[in-house]
Write a new protein. Structure first.
Length: 248
């Protein structure tokens, strides 16, 4: 589904990602760990095609097509959706109107909003006056309408309370896995995801297949996501860096 080969990225002429290699197969969920400033969000922004993130080397392949220099709207049409860490306020457009706009077919916004407890927000400007948890749920509502094939989720559990994280985690699980009861069924549905997480809380709700550790703009290692998380908790990211140096 997604293949990143030797990708290097600059922002404002400064190198922030170097020689990134990553592959997310159809129906698989991968998680990305890393300290603040590692380049995790920049990687998601580059995959989505946001302006200012310049791929100076390498390529991004999605569904067999080179999208390295494709505009963001074309990537969205191909089936990539993103939940950003700090989405902007959008005055002048109501959340319900936007949900209809991004949906692939005629839908009832209230039906999508009800499980997320967002019905009362449909007549409000997007994210204006929303709490952290409400913004996250607003983003998920928009993704539920878009129904992308690849979900890019930037720290979905950050800045929300314990009640919201359960609601957000359960919604993400439903978006990715639907009613699948096993990994085999999940693969057939073709929904894939790359999720950035700091705390690892999302793993309490979403079964991830593979984990990566990114630091200083470079991919350090990959492996079982829960094993990586346990290593990070016990040794910190410095331990990952030392381990990578010993292996290299």
């Amino acid at each position: 589904m997604l293949e990143i080969n030797n990708l290097s990225v600059e922002v404002g002429g400064k190198r922030i990602l170097t020689n990134i290699n990553l592959r997310v197969e159809m129906g698989y969920t991968h998680v990305l760990f890393g300290p603040n400033g590692a380049g995790k969000s920049a990687l998601l922004m580059t995959i989505m095609g946001f302006s200012g993130y310049n791929a100076v080397e390498g390529e991004i392949i999605f569904k067999g097509e080179d999208i390295t220099h494709m505009p963001v709207n074309e990537r969205a049409k191909l089936g990539i959706g993103v939940m950003t860490q700090r989405p902007p306020n959008m005055t002048g457009i109501k959340l319900g109107e936007f949900v209809k706009l991004v949906s692939k077919k005629n839908i009832n916004p209230e039906e999508l909003a009800k499980p997320l407890d967002m019905i009362r927000f449909l007549d409000r400007d997007i994210n204006v006056g929303f709490s952290g948890g409400e913004i996250k749920r607003s983003e998920l509502l928009q993704l539920a309408a878009q129904k992308p094939d690849l979900y890019l989720l930037d720290e979905p559990e950050s800045g929300v309370d314990l009640v919201s994280i359960e609601q957000i985690g359960s919604t993400i699980k439903k978006l990715l896995f639907g009613d699948a009861t096993c990994a085999g069924e999940r693969r057939k549905k073709g929904k894939s995801a790359l999720i950035i997480t700091h705390t690892g809380q999302i793993l309490d709700y979403v079964e991830a297949d593979k984990g990566y550790v990114l630091s200083n703009g470079m991919m350090l290692c990959t492996g079982n996501p829960r094993e990586l998380l346990n290593q990070i908790k016990s040794k910190g990211y410095k331990g990952c860096i030392r381990c990578n140096r010993e292996m290299s």
